[in-house]
Design a protein. Structure first.
Length: 121
């Protein structure tokens, strides 16, 4: 069960990304600068959703959930809002928030150290 939940957390951003083509058809229909622009917006949104799922902003659980929910909601607006100007404005907020979230996560919840091997006696 625990493995299934971790797998769902890993696949959630990719699942959201597959629905982004309905609001951003330039991703698959029209090659050119709009395709690159939409790809960058979807990439920023996907990174933001991933940071909201896996990251930690603050040590206090209540505040952390609030910050992560705000980042997830903002990222979904970037990904799914049909107006490009609104998505671009929100992406200007989501990108620095995601970078800040990654930096904070590395301070609050650093990776676990490698297991130490026992010397042979």
């Amino acid at each position: 069960m625990r493995t299934m939940i971790e797998a769902l957390k890993l696949c959630a951003p990719i699942t959201f990304m597959t629905f982004a083509i309905f609001t951003r058809p330039s991703l698959v229909v029209n090659p050119g600068w709009m395709q690159i622009s939409d790809m960058l917006l979807v990439a920023i949104a996907t990174c933001g959703v991933t940071c909201a799922i896996f990251g930690r902003f603050v040590a206090n659980r209540g505040s952390d959930v609030m910050w992560r929910a705000a980042l997830a909601l903002s990222s979904l607006v970037v990904m799914f809002h049909p107006d490009g100007n609104v998505s671009l404005a929100m992406a200007a907020i989501v990108l620095p928030a995601t970078v800040y979230g990654v930096v904070r996560h590395r301070r609050i919840a650093p990776p676990k150290s490698e297991p130490q091997s026992q010397p042979a006696s």
